[in-house]
Design a protein around this ligand. Structure first.
Ligand code: CP
Ligand code: NVA
Length: 350
């Protein structure tokens, strides 16, 4: 439980209860987690971050192994799982998008049962949420969602930890997500904010807003936590008074190239620029899950420039560079939070 200083008391009875509840749980979407459970995971992340910074060993999960399935590419998530597993004393096996039988020669159900006999936990990054759910259904060990089209829950923990580190508290903060708010990042951030009592605003055109069903569910959680969920199509109104402004790429992994033209047309007004940031609070932070198209230093960035003549996409290079400290802290926090998820579900006791 958070004490009056906003610190987690790992010795309290409630903390012990949460620790037990999290053991052997899957981590597929934050919809399945309570506010207290999420707060516990954030506190555990800070605990591990402190140990890591002080070079104190925390390898209590020796003799355990985890399988990391990636049907889409990754830098942060893969590295976070590998480094975190190693720090906790575990071995890890990386299965890349082409190098295993999954889906092509072997069903997800069979794969889950095979890997459960060899590993203590399984990470999955891929396409539809139903794939990670099937994996979890047939797995005897915890399954962690490393990103699907619908959700990216480990990213949200890192984002919330970053906001907490930047401002000290989460509750009541105005958090604005700009761009395609109906995909994995928009959905998951809305859930995380609603559960933790932040005021979430989706700054997006009508057709890029999250589904009515998910918005209604999040509004119920927000009513309990003291937060709120607002859908806003006007980009200037959306960012007014924001304490955190967040965006993500306009075309996600696995989406066809044909959608670029429409996305550029529809989402350019929601690009995070200095002008928009000036409408946010003075000390507002800019956040992004990364990778980001903010310059011409990427293959895709160059191709888009040649075809459409734009030098940046969801955020300008100026905004990106001004906020780079927070952005790379956010990226680092992927590792500490993923470590907390693995540790808690595999029964690491603090
Ligand atoms: N933010 C994120 O998930 O990054 P990667 O795709 O590099 O894992
Ligand atoms: N929406 C992005 C997130 C990357 C971390 C994607 O799915 O590609």
């Amino acid at each position: 439980m958070l004490n009056k200083d906003g610190k987690w008391d790992f010795d309290s009875e409630d903390s012990g209860k949460i620790q037990k509840e999290l053991r052997n749980r899957d981590f597929l979407t934050l919809k399945d987690y309570t506010r207290e459970e999420i707060e516990y995971l954030l506190a555990l992340s800070s605990y591990f971050k402190d140990l890591k910074q002080r070079h104190i060993l925390h390898d209590k999960l020796k003799c355990r192994n985890v399988a990391l399935i990636f049907e889409k590419t990754s830098t942060r998530t893969r590295c976070s799982f590998e480094v975190a597993a190693h720090d906790l004393g575990m071995g890890s096996t990386y299965l890349d998008p082409t190098g295993s039988q999954i889906g092509k020669k072997e069903s997800i159900a069979d794969t889950a049962q095979v890997l459960s006999r060899m590993y203590d936990g399984i990470e999955y990054r891929g396409f539809g949420q139903e794939r990670v759910e099937t994996l979890a259904k047939y797995s005897e060990v915890p399954v962690w969602n490393g990103l699907t089209n619908e959700y990216h829950p480990t990213q949200i923990l890192a984002d919330m930890l970053t906001i907490k580190e930047s401002f000290g508290t989460l509750k009541g903060r105005k958090f604005v997500y700009m761009g395609d708010a109906r995909y994995n990042m928009g959905n998951s951030l809305m859930i995380g904010c609603a559960k933790l009592g932040l005021h979430f605003v989706a700054g997006a055109p009508e057709k890029y807003q999250p589904s009515r069903e998910l918005v209604d569910k999040c509004r119920e959680w927000a009513a309990e936590s003291g937060g709120s969920v607002t859908l806003e199509t006007d980009p200037e109104k959306a960012v007014a008074g924001a304490e955190a402004v967040y965006t993500d790429v306009w075309v996600s992994m696995g989406e066809p190239d044909e959608v670029w033209e429409e996305r550029i047309r529809d989402l350019t007004p929601y690009k995070v620029t200095d002008e928009l940031m000036n409408r946010a609070e003075k000390n507002a932070i800019f956040m992004h899950c990364l990778p980001s198209f903010h310059d011409l230093e990427t293959e895709i960035g160059k191709k888009i420039y040649e075809k459409y003549g734009i030098k940046d996409m969801e955020v300008t290079d100026s905004v990106f560079q001004k906020h780079s400290k927070v952005l790379f802290n956010e990226a680092e926090n992927r590792m500490h939070t993923i470590k907390a998820v693995m540790a808690a579900t595999l029964g690491y006791s603090v």
